[in-house]
Ligand binder design. Sequence first.
Ligand code: NAG
Ligand code: CU
Length: 248
Amino acid sequence: MQYSSFVLAAAAGLITNVAGHGFLASPPPRIAGDAMKAVCGNQVFSNQASDNGGNIQGMLQVAKSQKDFDPVKCNVFLCKGFQFADNAKNIQTYTAGQVVPYKFDIRAPHTGTANISVIDTATNSIIGEPLLSFAMFADNAKTIPEDQRTGSFTIPTGLESKCATAGSCVIQHFWDARSIDQTYESCIDFQMGGGGGGAAAPPATVTPAAAAAAAAVPAGNAPPKVTPTTFATAKKAAATPAPQSNCS
Ligand SMILES: *[C@@H]1O[C@H](CO)[C@@H](O)[C@H](O)[C@H]1NC(C)=O
Ligand SMILES: [Cu+2]
């Protein structure tokens, strides 16, 4: 009897542990907050606020019946819809050539691919090549190699003007576990700072109209555009019910 209640307790422990599968541990990632709640709705917000390791297919499942989910402003295909406005205290300042150590928390392995890339948030497209890319990531049949949890990436050159302002770009860890149809994204908010990283961009000539427009729409708060590929993924995700698994 004692033994079976132990087994039950252990099983219950596993069950409460199931939701979160992966998230960046450092540098401090973009997290859920009120701005996200406003565009993603209460249910999707709660889903991620209680467990930031959840996958975007799960978010879309939750969002389905929710009238307060705005699929454009809450673009789950970019940083899982987490908003720049909630993360002012997490902005990192980088220079070209800087080597940035990171830690990724694989809470439950699911075989897939992953990359770490600089993303233009206005278009949700990768700038240049991925900084790191894993052809096989979090293979649940193997011991996870340490370099999938802990590593570093190098800030490329050429970001000085495009990523000068926080919110314009993010560094996104993107883990796509096709084996289970779950995708995880975590983002680092950053801006390019002065220092040894190449010539600073010359001060731009700003017209009063442009300044007013910029003030009206802070960078990073503009609704991210959804690319055709992400649309295709969205349709597929919406059409395909999440498979039963030990972590749904
Ligand atoms: C890298 O991640 C992006 C999402 O940021 C994804 O769309 C793309 O297919 C990935 N590319 C590679 C080579 O893994
Ligand atoms: Cu999982």
